[in-house]
Design a binder for this molecule. Sequence first.
Ligand SMILES: Nc1ncnc2c1ncn2[C@@H]1O[C@H](COP(=O)(O)OP(=O)(O)O)[C@@H](O)[C@H]1O
Ligand SMILES: [Mg+2]
Length: 219
Amino acid sequence: MIEAHNVSKAYGRGVFAIQDLSLRVDKGEFVFLTGPSGAGKSTLLRLLLRQDVPTEGQLIVGGRNLANLTPRQVQAYRRSLGFVFQDFKLLRAKTVLENVAFVPRVLGMATSQQQRRTFQVLKWVGLQHRMSARPLELSGGEQQRIAIARALVNDPMIILADEPTGNLDPDLSLEIMNLFREINARGTTVIVATHDRELIRRVGRRALTLNHGAIVEVA
Ligand SMILES: Nc1ncnc2c1ncn2[C@@H]1O[C@H](COP(=O)(O)OP(=O)(O)O)[C@@H](O)[C@H]1O
Ligand SMILES: [Mg+2]
């Protein structure tokens, strides 16, 4: 599903955030990206999101080289992904329901389908009873669940998460990871970047360790 062939990403002259990195993630896999701050985890996720293109090498997703997509194809590609951030990025003035439902609305889904899908994903993350709340009335763990529901509403083929538990305590972090495990069990490919090695140990999935933009350990 995802293949990186000798991918490098330079910022400015000679500063490599990713360096000669090759990897393969199969459809339906759950993979952690780990390594210290500055290792290149976020950069790799940005390349996968096609917010940026490699300086060298090829990044192939679903058989397509991401560098060769037209703007229209980039848009369609991004719609096939779900993304979760450390700081949730919820709209504070909107309710939980509105935060999730705006995605299918923007995508032009039929109204009845929008509703059905929004209720379904809110139920999956266990927050259907908080639909009318605003994000700041919820705990950090609940806010991240809403963000995950929003990422799922579009039925993405891949979920990418960048330090999704960075603002959460260890117990809530494990809860969020269990949610990712459930999502993965339904067939979605999941890639989670985290520097939290203890959390990875507790979840027990494949982990690729980056350092200075290269994979230094596969476990
Ligand atoms: N937009 C940018 N411009 C310049 N350097 C960047 C940019 N983004 C990241 N970097 C550099 O690339 C390296 C990798 O960063 P990043 O991918 O954010 O690592 P991580 O997410 O593992 O902490 C760091 O040295 C960082 O300073
Ligand atoms: Mg990062």
